[in-house]
Write a protein that binds this ligand. Structure first.
Ligand code: PGA
Length: 250
């Protein structure tokens, strides 16, 4: 299976910067097209930049794009929310749900994440479901249990190998420069594969991404591990050079 290299731009970039970033990513792939033999690239800009990114991607199939979240509702009086159907109409392929920043700052629970993932599936897009333990949970050796619970409670019945990607992102590694060791990542990704096998058929084909301070200089080791089927990249996805640098290690 091709590795998924996904950029999560979070709430960054001016409109001009976003346009330059996607143009530079496309140029970067153009100069090194063998990347596409092993990797699928996608970027998740802020909602408001989706039309600009869509426009930039219109003439190439080098990269797809997606959103960082969606509403749990179909439509109606939900001020500020964006529905999965709207994202589908904006040509999104992926929607990230349950990112730890949503769980942490917006009180999102596994149950809510499950509803959002179901909306993503109903609208024929793929959900990138994020899970991961906090530092204190890891220090207490609770990480495997926590991640198992998050997966089992966040996965809707509609999940299959084509519409679901799991992103393991230890909270303490996000935006901190601290990366989980290769042994820890290997162990957790193997564990996640086992959890998926208990839950669904096609589990061996579900892509499991690692996220948390992925950079070009640690990507080779991380992406070389069995059961690491790609990366979800925050900070390093804001520079075309480093995003492409990571993809080259796929
Ligand atoms: P980071 O973010 O690469 O900046 O650590 C990853 C993420 O939040 O998805």
């Amino acid at each position: 299976m091709k590795k998924l290299i996904a950029g999560n731009w979070k709430m960054n970039c001016s409109l001009d910067e976003a346009k330059h970033l996607i143009a530079n990513i496309i140029n970067g792939v153009d100069e090194c097209q063998e990347i596409l033999d092993r990797a699928e690239l996608t970027v998740c800009p802020p909602y408001i930049y989706l039309p600009a990114v869509r426009h930039a991607c219109a003439t190439t199939d080098y990269t797809s794009f997606g959103a960082q979240d969606c509403s749990a509702h179909d439509n109606g009086a939900y001020t500020g929310e964006v529905s999965a159907s709207m994202l589908d109409q904006s040509a999104c392929k992926y929607v990230i749900v349950g990112h730890s920043e949503r769980r942490q700052f917006h009180g999102e629970t596994d149950q809510l994440v499950q509803v959002k993932a179901k909306k993503v599936h109903e609208n024929n897009m793929s959900a990138i479901i994020c899970v991961g333990e906090t530092e204190s949970q890891r220090l207490g050796n609770l990480e495997k249990g926590i991640v198992k619970e998050q997966i089992l409670n966040s996965l809707p019945q509609s999940a299959n190998e084509n519409n679901t990607v799991i992103a393991y992102e230890p909270v303490w590694a996000i935006g901190t420069g601290k990366v989980a060791s290769a042994d820890d990542v290997r162990e957790m990704h193997d564990h996640i594969r086992e959890v998926l096998r208990e839950r669904m058929s096609g589990a061996d084909k579900v892509r499991i991404l690692y996220g948390g301070s992925v950079k070009p200089d640690n990507a080779e080791e991380l992406l070389g591990l069995e059961n690491v089927n790609g990366a979800l990249i925050g900070g390093a996805s804001l520079k075309a050079e480093s995003f492409i640098g990571i993809a080259k290690h796929a």
